[in-house]
Design a protein. Structure first.
Length: 131
């Protein structure tokens, strides 16, 4: 596996998705992209205040991603985007050439991402909490 994308929700503690993505990237010598999608609030911003607010949200998300404890041996990229999470994660995975996507939640997002990607992602890993 050459590239892994971890879609993170930016909770204060990194969580299982982050831990699993790092573990797999170290195990396989993979490059890792940490990503967060800021959900779009509806229509595209049409004034400076809305654009500034979106830019602020992206900057905050980028800062938070960079605060995660990254092992020195790992090559990591950071990506943030605004939009529909399923579409944006699929686009980022395709753009990065990710062969594995790791995230913390499952549900309708999984099928939306899988059907949105123009190139099949060969592996998925869902980090879940033990019951």
């Amino acid at each position: 596996m050459r590239h892994i994308l971890a879609a993170l929700d930016l909770t204060p503690q990194p969580g299982r998705a982050f831990d699993r993505a790092v573990q797999l990237a170290l195990q396989h010598g993979s490059e890792l992209t940490l990503a967060h999608i800021v959900a779009a609030g509806g229509a595209a911003p049409d004034d400076e205040a809305e654009t500034s607010s979106a830019d602020s949200a992206l900057a905050r998300a980028d800062r938070k991603l960079r605060e995660y404890p990254i092992p020195a041996a790992l090559k990591v990229n950071f990506r943030v985007a605004v939009g529909n999470p399923a579409r944006e994660i699929a686009a980022l995975a395709h753009e990065a050439g990710a062969e594995l996507v790791v995230w913390a939640r499952i549900g309708k997002t999984l099928s939306r991402i899988y059907s949105s990607t123009p190139r099949p992602i060969t592996r998925w890993s869902i980090a879940t909490r033990p019951s």
